[in-house]
Design a protein around this ligand. Sequence first.
Ligand SMILES: Cc1cc2nc3c(=O)[nH]c(=O)nc-3n(C[C@H](O)[C@H](O)[C@H](O)COP(=O)(O)OP(=O)(O)OC[C@H]3O[C@@H](n4cnc5c(N)ncnc54)[C@H](O)[C@@H]3O)c2cc1C
Ligand code: FES
Length: 258
Amino acid sequence: MKDIRAKVKYNRLVAQNTYLMALDLGGEALEASPGQFVMLRVGDTSDPLLRRPFSVAGIDQKGLLLILYRVVGKGTALMSQWGPGVKTWALGPLGKGFDVGLGKDTAIIVAGGIGVAPLIFLAHEIDSPVTIFLLGARTKDELIDREILPQKGIELRVSTDDGSAGYHGAVTELLKEALTTAQPEKTAVYACGPEPMLRQVARICLSRNVGCQVSLEAAMACGVGACLGCALKVRKGPKQSYAHVCKDGPVFDGQDIL
Ligand SMILES: Cc1cc2nc3c(=O)[nH]c(=O)nc-3n(C[C@H](O)[C@H](O)[C@H](O)COP(=O)(O)OP(=O)(O)OC[C@H]3O[C@@H](n4cnc5c(N)ncnc54)[C@H](O)[C@@H]3O)c2cc1C
Ligand code: FES
């Protein structure tokens, strides 16, 4: 983990309220794996004081760190104003990422809303022979461009809640359909998105004996296990215990989520 001085290379609108930002790390290498994140400084003043967590959405061929983010509050609104040359600090890589070798035959990636961010990186790195990418959004305007996803090696299926693009309904329905032809022991599901969606994904996978990893979000102050702000109750074998989303996650086994 390093705190790297980073400079904005570009920061462009790619969907409604959603930006793709590339950060030049000045020659520093960020040895991140899919599912890991960075804590970004979003201002030079004490407001907002705390850094914000963002998944690594990719590291491109030039070594630029890619962040895909949605504007939801003060910090992300400030970020959306950044142009090329603006400097920030990126602390990372943090947390535990996805196990990219889980799907021996098929990997099914389930993205809900801005939860797509870490899954873009995952789709580039995944080892499985067949990769099905299920991309869900509330409406067409919130869908990211196809060009942001890997150009080869994935089968993309889209859903929107309002039916304005792709399947009309929840992305979890696409998951159920994809699992009808999959061999459970050779398939793995990877998901990131809103909590109710993740709960649903974990349930579907559990009922079909399919391995599943989910990336969770939590309010984070430090990102390194020091403030206890991101504690989450999880299952550990037959018992329940607490885990830190920032250190023990953000990726967890779907079975461990209560
Ligand atoms: C491990 C991890 C990885 C993340 N990766 C990404 C990513 O790749 N892209 C991305 O866009 N976001 C990501 N997030 C969420 C991101 O950190 C928050 O959206 C951001 O901190 C909000 O900062 P803000 O100052 O704009 O909002 P704040 O001013 O802090 O909050 C404004 C409002 O937004 C709500 N809010 C805060 N966080 C979230 C959230 N996560 N989801 C929905 N509403 C929220 C608050 O409750 C509040 O109502 C990630 C979070 C975690 C924990
Ligand atoms: S954010 Fe501080 S312990 Fe996880």
